[in-house]
Write a protein that binds this ligand. Structure first.
Ligand code: ATP
Ligand code: MG
Length: 445
């Protein structure tokens, strides 16, 4: 993309209403625009990051054997009456009426709807196990929407639901979700720690939240330092292998890690002092096993091998897709702007022309731009007639991980500069080497 042909409404001033870095930077970098309290338009740059995150979520869910679909945002109140949650959900639920005076709601979550789909589509244990998921907008009329997309009223969530014949099968689904979530967050350059959680209105006793460590997080967290050393990395995972998947979960859930809701000061105090860490975290996902809590009232039954009709064991699993955009920025920025991890960078490489209008420099940039595109590196070419300082400031603000700078002096020696946003380190090399280097960096992303 050429910047002169793009829509990147960056702000010079720091917006007064934004209290935390991610909110400020998303507004300043022209990623979002508030439409009303807790409701945002995703401008082109923000939308690109959102799509990158969605893509990673889709890939990792499908790798774990989970099946994508799409349910609507608007649901009928009837189903929620059947489950008993229509009244329980309270003021957070946005309730609507259509022209026939039928009661509708904007879905805050989808247990009821998916269970209805399941009960009319599956009759036998032979069709299990089954995990369905979607990535769809939710609405929760939060009492205090704040911090931009971190606590919105309208927000994008991946929510998945497993249906299993036995508790054991459902716990395997729970473990698959835990491992696939850990991998999902790692690919986004995040360290998200599974912490034992409270089940709240969804109910059930098996639940973990995934917390990204950040001083601006809304949850207090207490953990054993050892948990932050764990990584999945590139290891191959066989999601069908129950023992292997469970072993990974054991590794991650054995060290003490809890939020303020479940914190146990006595257990925590038993850790060696050097390993005890207290801090704050952002909840970017949660998984639940809740047994037959919905399948019983909603009659989601399957026939067993013996011909008996039994309620299925279920769980639900959510990732805060739009919140993640803010969480990644909270975890990765500096005083000049955002520093995107390679996995989610909106454009992979920034290209800066230091002498716009100079025939030779323009030609070199045009050819480099073509090569970067051909290599699939989705470059953003700053071809504006601006001074170098302004171009660098924009690139630093929007946080592309790699920048190639092209100027007449370097070109005379056949060189351009490749700069890492994170470290600020710059190296001179030929244009072809710069393309090769970036290609190598993004292999696997
Ligand atoms: P919270 O405790 O932050 O209100 P929750 O526990 O109610 O969240 P879940 O029902 O577990 O949320 O939803 C799954 C994920 O959706 C959460 O882990 C979070 O990342 C995201 N999420 C929840 N509420 C919001 C919101 N208001 N704005 C943005 N993301 C949200
Ligand atoms: Mg939660």
């Amino acid at each position: 993309m050429r910047l002169t042909q793009y829509f990147l409404p960056v702000l010079k001033e720091t917006p007064a209403e934004a209290q935390i870095a991610s909110h400020r930077l998303m507004l300043r970098a022209g990623m979002i625009r508030q439409a009303s309290a807790g409701i945002y338009s995703w401008l082109p740059l923000g939308y690109k990051v959102l799509r990158r995150i969605e893509t990673i979520v889709h890939e990792e869910q499908q790798r774990a054997g989970h099946i994508p679909m799409l349910m609507p945002t608007i649901q009928s109140a009837d189903l929620w009456r059947e489950s008993g949650r229509y009244d329980d959900y309270g003021e957070e639920m946005l309730r609507l009426r259509d022209r026939h005076d039928r009661e509708l709601l904007y879905g805050p979550t989808n247990e009821e709807l998916i269970t209805e789909i399941f009960r009319t589509g599956v009759a036998s244990y032979k069709e299990l196990p089954l995990t369905l998921y979607h990535i769809q907008w939710k609405f929760r009329d939060e009492i205090r929407p704040r911090f931009g997309v971190m606590r919105g009223r309208e927000f994008l969530m991946k929510d998945g639901y497993n249906f299993d014949l036995t508790k054991d099968d459902a716990l395997h689904a729970y473990n698959r979700h835990m491992v696939s979530y850990i991998r999902t967050y790692e690919r986004m350059g995040l360290k998200a720690i599974p912490m034992r959680a409270d089940s709240g209105p969804i109910g059930g006793d098996n639940t973990h939240e995934f917390l990204v460590l950040a001083p601006t997080g809304e949850s207090g967290v207490y953990y054993d330092r050892a948990v932050t050393d764990l990584t999945l990395g590139e290891r191959a995972i066989d999601y069908g292998d129950r023992e292997a998947v469970a072993a990974i979960c054991t590794d991650w859930t054995t060290p003490y890690a809890r939020t303020d809701e479940t914190h146990d000061p006595v257990l925590f105090a038993a850790l060696p002092e050097a390993r005890r860490v207290e801090g704050r975290g952002i909840e970017v996902g949660q998984i639940f096993y809740f047994g037959t809590k919905y399948s019983e009232p909603l009659k989601a039954l399957v026939s067993t091998e013996e011909g008996e009709r039994v309620p299925v064991h279920m769980g639900s699993h959510g990732i805060g897709v739009s919140r993640l955009v803010g969480a990644i920025i909270e975890a990765s920025h500096d005083d000049r702007g955002i520093v995107w991890p390679e996995g989610v960078a909106p454009f992979r490489v920034g290209l800066v022309n230091l002498r716009q209008g100079d025939g030779a420099t323009d030609a070199a940039c045009a050819s480099l731009y073509g090569e970067l595109r051909a290599a699939g590196l989705d470059p953003l070419y700053d071809d504006r007639d601006e001074r170098a300082g302004a171009k660098f400031a924009t690139m630093d603000l929007i946080g592309l991980p790699w920048r190639i700078t092209v100027g007449p002096r370097g070109l005379a020696a056949g060189k351009v500069e490749l700069t890492a946003r994170r470290s600020g380190e710059t190296e001179e090399m030929s244009p072809a080497e710069a393309v090769a280097r970036c290609t190598e960096i993004y292999r696997g992303h």
